[in-house]
Design a protein around this ligand. Structure first.
Ligand code: MN
Length: 198
């Protein structure tokens, strides 16, 4: 389940040189699907949004991070699928390795799929294929509906991440005001100094 999807993830990394997980955690059917948003201080600072779908973490790099304001459209560039155990990864990817820089678990939790197409419920995989999903996040920082919509296909495939209009909209700017790890409470500097979770 999802193993083939991790080929690109593994091909990009040398697991003797990075402490990132190789992947292998199995998940039980019926567990609520997980999401994570990792703040990644790489050559370009960004936030990685990852949603559990079919045994892997479907991933997008969001340069500005999520907004709680429905009028903000946040660019989300798709990246390779990541293994489930990546959702707990905090630490520094060494200089010279793929994605070099420090990673902090900015938000984590479960989500509900609320994707609909022509009035009918739609699976996450069908929605992603079609280019639109709607999820309700139950995070430590983010809650409420978020939509991901593809606006460009092909080599430069690109999506938009937008807060939906619900009673959780307009919750301030957590990217600015709540920068610390949702997992360990550490700030970026501490994660950079201490590495993997203690
Ligand atoms: Mn990244």
């Amino acid at each position: 389940m999802g193993e083939d999807d991790l080929r690109e993830y593994r091909a990009k990394r040398d697991f003797r040189k990075t402490s990132e997980p190789r992947g292998g955690e199995s998940r039980r059917d019926g567990d609520a699907p997980r999401f994570v948003i990792q703040h990644h201080e790489a050559s370009t600072d960004h936030y990685d949004l990852r949603l559990e779908v079919g045994g892997v973490l479907k991933s997008w790099a969001v340069p500005k991070g999520p907004s709680t304001d429905p009028s903000d459209k946040r660019l989300a560039m798709p990246t390779e699928d990541h293994p489930m155990d990546y959702r707990d990864f905090e630490g520094t990817i060494s200089a010279g390795e793929y994605g070099a820089g420090t990673v902090l678990v900015w938000d984590t939790g479960t989500y509900e799929n609320r994707t609909r197409h022509k009035g009918a419920e739609q699976s996450m995989s069908d929605g992603l294929e079609r280019g639109h999903v709607s999820v309700w996040l139950h995070g430590e920082k983010l809650t409420g509906g978020y939509a991901l919509t593809r606006f460009r296909t092909g080599k430069d495939e690109a999506w938009l991440l937008v807060k939906e209009r619900d009673d959780r909209a307009g919750g301030g700017d957590p990217v600015r005001d709540e920068p610390d790890s949702a997992l360990t409470g550490r700030d970026m500097e501490q994660v950079a100094e201490e590495g993997d979770r203690l």
